[in-house]
Design a binder for this molecule. Structure first.
Ligand code: PGA
Ligand code: ZN
Length: 425
């Protein structure tokens, strides 16, 4: 029998650790009265929306201003005393309390990074105290769907030192039979693509961006990237197993003053960019586009959703914010949402956003941030939600850690594991 007090929080502690970029972030630890511990690492985005929960950084000279000691202090001195004695299983109650303690619209007092770390660590501790995996704790008895991995094979924009303006050029293995097959064929395409790029652009093209995708020197046109990926897929005879995708992160190509987008060294009006997408989608098997336009252009998003008949994902557009998602649903601005827990700021708010998305017929893509650690709560969250899609780069330790975790979950679920495949959305 479990002791009565085994779910009560004894303490909450935060510390400053490093993310994959070598920049400081928080690790939060929650411990129950009888010693069960759960820890969670906080991710950090670089290509951000203006509507995300606030990330509290120290400023000053230390770590070039990027330290998170103020956020650590907020956890240890303000949040911890408020949570002591509470039941770790009361996730919603605890998250509401965190929101109340902060008291601002965008979590700028205590810091979204402080709050999200506590929120996730509470969930992990509850799962540990119950002796069940995190995906089972959050998802319950029905968590069984392994997500389609959206593989960022060629990088540009803010995430890589390449000449490409779009952030991600993706291969999406919807035709695999299982998650492990999806990963295998995805990585085979990655190796083949490496050989193709090296041949055509030289060995410097094998340098990778933040998410482990190639950052080919001299490549400027997204069509070249799509063509190289397609060639790799075709060389392996996998045409029927993959579709292509893009994260344009167009907010970061947009010049507010001129109202135009900078792409391939020239200016595009919104209409020209929309035409460009129509052309891309009719030329290549591109079936998913994230943030094709800047984060306030709900109408342009709606036009593309109507006209392209593919998955249109709002990332910067929605910022995992329920008000923005509601607005998007009303305007039919997209048909999919990128779900980032640290954009929302708590697990509960993220689950509410996912719930509204599902009920509105939106696809949900559980997503990393470009600043990650090897913590794998992300993989568990994707399965917990039966989300059907995950976006977490391609190689580098903090990305493969997610895939490795999903491989373990697939094995654990055995014959009850279902790969989302062509039903991804
Ligand atoms: P970020 O980028 O994590 O740097 O914000 C990822 C994305 O835009 O999808
Ligand atoms: Zn994005």
């Amino acid at each position: 029998m479990l002791k009565v007090n085994s779910f009560k929080i004894r303490d909450v502690k935060a510390r400053e650790i490093l993310d994959c970029r070598g920049e400081p972030t928080l690790q939060v630890e929650v411990i129950t009265e009888n010693g069960v511990i759960g820890t969670a690492d906080v991710p950090s985005g670089r290509s951000r929306s203006s509507y995300e929960a606030f990330e509290l950084r120290d400023g000053g000279g230390r770590y070039r201003g990027k330290g998170v000691l103020k956020a650590v202090k907020n956890v240890n001195e303000i949040i911890a005393p408020a949570l002591r004695g509470r039941d770790v299983r009361k996730q919603r109650e605890i998250d509401m309390l965190l929101i109340e303690l902060d008291g601002t619209e965008n979590k700028s007092r205590l810091g979204g990074n402080a709050i999200v770390g506590v929120s996730l660590a509470v969930a992990k501790t509850a799962a540990n105290a119950l002796g069940i995996p995190l995906y089972r704790y959050i998802g319950g008895v029905n968590a069984h769907v392994l997500p389609v991995p959206i593989l960022d094979l060629i990088e540009g924009g803010k995430l890589a030192a390449s000449g490409l303006d779009f952030q991600e050029h993706q291969a999406i293995p919807i035709g695999a039979k299982s998650f492990s097959e999806a990963i295998r064929i995805g990585l085979e395409v990655y190796y083949e693509l490496g050989a193709i790029l090296e041949n055509r652009y030289g060995k410097f093209s094998l340098n990778v961006g933040v998410e482990g995708g190639y950052a080919p020197h001299g490549m400027r046109d997204p069509r070249e990237a799509l063509e190289a990926i397609l060639k790799a897929i075709e060389e392996l005879g996998y045409q029927d197993k993959f579709v292509l995708g893009l994260d344009c992160a167009a907010t970061h190509l947009y010049d507010k003053k001129s109202g135009k987008y900078n792409l391939m060294g020239r200016e595009f009006t919104r209409e020209e960019l929309i035409d460009f997408y129509e052309d891309l989608v009719s030329t290549y098997p591109v079936k998913s586009i994230e943030d094709p336009l800047e984060e306030n252009d709900f109408e342009g998003f709606a036009q593309l959703t109507r006209e392209l008949n593919i998955q249109i994902i709002g990332d910067d557009l929605f910022a995992t914010n329920i008000k923005r998602l509601r607005m998007g649903i009303e305007m039919r601005a997209a048909n999919a949402i990128l779900l980032k827990v640290n954009q929302a700021g708590t697990l509960t708010e993220t689950l509410d956003v996912a719930d509204l998305a599902f009920r509105s017929g939106y696809a949900v893509i559980v997503s990393e941030r470009s600043g990650q650690t090897a913590d794998t709560w992300l993989a568990d969250l994707a399965v917990a939600l039966n989300a059907g899609q995950i976006k977490t780069g391609v190689t580098r330790g903090e990305r493969t850690a997610q895939y490795n975790r999903l491989l373990i979950i697939e094995e654990e679920l055995g014959p009850t594991a279902k790969y989302a495949g062509r039903n991804y959305y």
